[in-house]
Ligand binder design. Structure first.
Ligand SMILES: [Zn+2]
Length: 169
């Protein structure tokens, strides 16, 4: 019985809040769809104007803390429908420097038996830079694929290569 009354009370409170929101929306916001786009007219209630000023201060403060966002210019080269989802994800991680190489695994304090590149015989640590720019085995594979496809790709780190492609087009 007590539980039932508590549920009724909770339901009543929720309905009361919904009614209040509908009332405020109908009275003050009228045709504005979003609270964030609403600007109170001059003849509106003082408290409503102060509430909106607070909203604007919060938004400005949030934007100031967020700072200037640098939109990644090469994102459209990565998130293209031409590439398979798996390749998009690999490229995105590579651009962020978050491919799970042995260097990164060690950085995460996870044990690996050895940290050298298992693809070539250069006896250097498997880093992202090595895999995408310096690994001789991957370089040969890449050269064969490019030759087969009749394409030319610049040497370098993934991000540099994508930025060069972006500049060219
Ligand atoms: Zn290698």
């Amino acid at each position: 019985m007590l539980h039932h009354l508590a549920n009724l009370s909770g339901s009543y409170q929720r309905n009361k809040i919904i009614l209040l929101v509908k009332w405020v929306h109908g009275l003050y916001m009228r045709n504005d769809v979003s609270m964030w786009e609403h600007t109170p007219p001059l003849d509106y209630n003082l408290y409503w104007k102060k509430l909106n000023a607070l909203k604007n201060n919060m938004r400005n403060g949030y934007n100031a803390m967020l700072g200037e966002l640098n939109r990644l210019r090469i994102a459209d080269l990565i998130w293209t429908s031409v590439a398979q989802p798996r390749h998009r994800m690999i490229t995105w991680l590579a651009v962020q420097g978050r491919r799970l190489t042995k260097e990164r695994i060690l950085h995460l304090n996870i044990h690996v038996d050895n940290d050298i590149c298992c693809l070539c015989r250069s006896q250097v640590m498997e880093t992202q830079l090595h895999l995408f720019a310096h690994c001789t085995w991957l370089g040969q594979v890449k050269a064969e694929i490019l030759s087969w496809g009749g394409m030319q790709v610049y040497p370098g780190e993934v991000r540099q290569v994508l930025e060069m492609i972006k500049q060219k087009n």
